[in-house]
Design a protein around this ligand. Structure first.
Ligand code: UDP
Ligand code: MG
Length: 328
């Protein structure tokens, strides 16, 4: 790529009008001090507020500000993916728009990269200003995920990380829809190291990750990195059949050797409720996987871009071609 820079910082945004200008300033301050060429790739994930106009204004006076404007909300992980697609840097940093991940850590990450690491991920040793519910569910989620997957996904890390170009390209090869980028980076391998940090409070505004989106992300993570729920379904089915067979013997014994057969109503109801409950929840597990298979087979692009700013024409054409290559 002709206009390649040293560092690309990817910032996904969804309704971040309250923070985005400050975020731009803080990131710029850090990057200016570095003395390397850089770009900031802002991805507007279908915000309905003034996020995009604000970035467009910033981009008018600062050509290092790129904007990828989605046609609608596609979700955080997809927004990050688009940013990685458009990033031209030798190293790529992913960071949230709300300043919960301090940009001041970027120089430390680059120092680690210079030591020879290909991935430097931020590990949260504390999380400020988040509800006990979020912290508890997040902590439980990372531990369940670790128990269920064969890929070693580090505990308590978000997407705040630095990646070498080769790692970024490896991730870009993976065009699956159910994306869990932290997991994909672990899967890709390379030399990885953690950088511990305290996750700050959100600078302004509210979380754009309501429970609904958190559940979807967890399900994406589990289903794309583990088939254990399917195996569990099989094991549970086998155990229940074994129990059912034993009870069948009991029932036959009662029928032929006692006169208490009609009393069995309660047990019938209990068994019926139990089995139906289990059957239906297992169908749900299958459904989660089948739905994802269906989504993949459609082979749609991951996102639709409505408009870009400060993205070179040739660069865009090249990207489109590469993206077609990637889908083959
Ligand atoms: N985000 C996004 N699309 C979404 C939801 C969130 O691009 O559908 C962005 C959001 O603007 C922020 C980052 O993803 O830059 C993390 O979101 P947030 O800070 O709300 O999540 P939390 O830190 O509360 O988990
Ligand atoms: Mg946040």
């Amino acid at each position: 790529m002709s206009r390649a820079v040293f560092l690309s910082v990817v910032v996904p945004m969804y309704n971040e009008e309250e923070v985005i200008e400050t975020t731009y300033r803080r990131i710029t301050q850090v990057l200016e001090a570095l003395g390397e060429t850089y770009e900031i790739v802002f991805v507007n994930d279908g915000s309905r507020d003034r996020t995009a106009p604000i970035v467009r204004e910033l981009g008018a006076s600062d050509k290092r500000v790129k904007l990828i404007d989605f046609s609608r909300n596609f979700g955080h992980q997809i927004a990050v993916t688009a940013g990685m697609d458009y990033a031209s840097g030798r190293v790529v940093v992913l960071i949230d728009a709300d300043l919960q991940d301090p940009p001041e850590l970027i120089p430390d990450m680059i120092a680690r990269w210079r030591e020879g690491y290909d991935v430097v991920y931020g590990k949260r040793i504390a999380r400020k200003g988040e509800s006990w519910f979020k912290k508890a569910t997040a902590s439980a989620f990372y531990r369940i995920l670790q128990a269920m997957t064969s890929v070693d996904i580090p505990l308590d890390t978000g997407d705040f990380r630095l990646m070498d170009r080769k790692v970024c390209d490896a991730i870009r090869q993976m065009r699956e829809r159910s994306r869990f980028i932290r997991g994909m980076v672990s899967w890709a391998g390379f030399r990885q190291t953690a950088l511990e940090y305290v996750r700050e409070e959100r600078f302004a505004g509210e979380t754009k990750y309501p429970l609904r989106k958190m559940i979807r992300l967890s399900l994406d993570a589990l289903t794309s990195f583990s088939t254990k729920p399917l195996k569990f379904a099989g094991i549970l089915g086998f155990m229940m059949s074994a129990a059912g067979f034993i009870y069948l013997l009991v029932v036959l014994y009662q029928k032929f050797f006692t006169d208490t057969t009609l009393q069995g109503w309660t047990s019938m109801v209990v068994i019926s409720l139990l089995f139906h409950g289990i059957t239906l929840s297992l169908l749900g597990v299958f459904g989660e996987y089948i739905g994802r298979i269906y989504e993949e087979t459609k082979g749609r692009p991951l996102y639709v871009v409505a408009e870009t700013l400060n993205v070179e024409r040739e660069e865009e054409a090249e990207l489109r071609e590469r993206q077609l290559d990637l889908r083959r």
